[in-house]
Ligand binder design. Sequence first.
Ligand SMILES: Cc1cc2nc3c(=O)[nH]c(=O)nc-3n(C[C@H](O)[C@H](O)[C@H](O)COP(=O)(O)OP(=O)(O)OC[C@H]3O[C@@H](n4cnc5c(N)ncnc54)[C@H](O)[C@@H]3O)c2cc1C
Length: 592
Amino acid sequence: MRMSWNYEAPLRDMRFVLEHVLDAPAAWAQCPAHAELDLDTACAVLEQGARFARERLLPLNATGDRQGCRLQPDGGVRTPDGFRDAYEAFVAAAWPALAGPPRWGGQGLPLLLDGLVREMFDACNHAWNMYPDLLHGAVQTLAAHADDACRARYLPALVSGQWLAAMALTEPQAGSDLGLLRTRAQPQPDGSLRVRGSKIFISGGEHDLSENIVHLVLCRLPDAARGSRGLSLALVPKFLPDGSRNAMVCEGLEHKMGLQASATCAMRYDDAVGWLVGEPGRGLAAMFVMMNSARLHVALQGLGHAEMATQNALRYALERRQSRVAGARAAAGGATADPIARHAAMRHVLLGLQAQVEAGRVIAARAALALDLAEQHRDAAVRQAAQARAALLTPLLKAQLTRLGFDGASAALQVFGGYGYVREYGIEQSLRDARIAMIYEGTNEIQAIDLLQRKLLGDRGAALRALLQECLDEARACDGPQQARPFAEALRGQCDAAARALDALLALEHEPAATSALAQDVMEALWWLLCAWAFASSARAALGLHDGDARWRQAKLERMGYARDWLLPRASLHWQRITAGAALLPELPAAQ
Ligand SMILES: Cc1cc2nc3c(=O)[nH]c(=O)nc-3n(C[C@H](O)[C@H](O)[C@H](O)COP(=O)(O)OP(=O)(O)OC[C@H]3O[C@@H](n4cnc5c(N)ncnc54)[C@H](O)[C@@H]3O)c2cc1C
């Protein structure tokens, strides 16, 4: 049996989330910038996105992996065959401008829509999507922090995708701890900077997809304070406004486990010309504008991988036959083996994956909608609350959806058995490509610390309490329809556990060693709380559907019920550990 790696965009589920779970059109109506947008237009955009992903990106995924990027003798980087054509088509279709600011040529559509489109692009070709993935964050950073001249010169070309962007933070000695970085920037009499230093692991630092590449480089001005307070942000373009080549070079490409078609560059800046973005010494704050949107995009990479792996594993499991199902009656025609999708072990894997992907989509959509409301809602109080919600959800999504991307690909590979381990089915590439998302854009351990220290303890639990209130409202709504009641009960259980855990954490507030030992448990437990909310709201929304496909509705309800009964109990270990208070971790001895 031979099958190809394929993609059926989850357009129906996306519409269900927009229309019935979130009621996005009602939220858009409260945002002057989106008030004209209706559901059918939004879904038409998603359909076009699905077609672009399937027709232009999917065919380049395996070939890009095999061919990889090549460093040319002149320091240029050649991307795999077809990448450049696909990028030209992407720009011509105005995809980069989808959620860009209208002032700079963007279409100003909601990030929620942009996020769903990204999920499809990532599912079909994560490596290709690495190139444009940083555009939106770069645009936001420049729009918020660059001076007028810089904005006028760079934003139109970045919003349209004519030029691409790179984010240059990491150095050999400075990874998670950016306070250790050494790249220098020397101010010049004409107001520009000369940037000198080396960066490693820079995605899209050099390539042949766009005429220019705009690097946002984290660096130190003379006499800067030590540590992260002394960092500044510089804009350093590959080509200067007069058309000359800037003094920066790609010294090498990393040989890596996956994402072969994404150029991961070692960059050297030899007194390259640049300009300061934002205040001196406030570079990290400016960079965080880029990083928050980038973290949501990385979460969507994980979701795209998980969706792709799940649907391919399911297709395979429905065709591959091995053994008779225990207790099954003899099949008509005397078949001696059943599809593996009928074996209980495989059903657990596939139902678990489907339910987690669907819940992940709801949670990511909630975060993207919160970002839209934070920017566009007419009421300032709603904007502020939405900002706090997006900030709370961002580390959870980044860490948990990237984990689902990798663990999901691994679980799906198991469904393929030995065929999963060999190349031709595509799942081994997914596993390799998905792994990096747990590391870059702030490792998942750093996300857990951010969640605990900044997002929970930082506001003494205020953002979490607001979220719990909304979950309890959902539970109350689920008290109505009889079939929804078990979801209400499960969600209330998670809310009670979260409230107790928050009290326990606040009691340990001044003991950082104790709280940091619990950071991973807090991350896991809160994710299950969000999943319980997603299971409940999806089940209630499905119960409210009276037209359309009854089988689809029933299957959705069954998956949500499965997740509530079989997956949600996993949360209890993490809640228990938090409320028990951490025993201090033993130190690791330097040598035995
Ligand atoms: C393919 C690829 C693409 C990349 N793209 C870019 C890019 O475009 N731009 C860019 O600037 N960088 C990029 N990076 C770099 C990436 O962001 C870093 O690798 C990442 O931030 C981690 O830094 P590090 O590798 O130095 O690991 P380290 O910081 O040394 O961490 C090693 C381990 O220690 C853990 N750890 C570190 N500090 C703590 C702590 N305080 N508490 C708990 N655990 C901790 C980490 O979680 C990790 O598990 C890329 C890397 C790769 C491999």
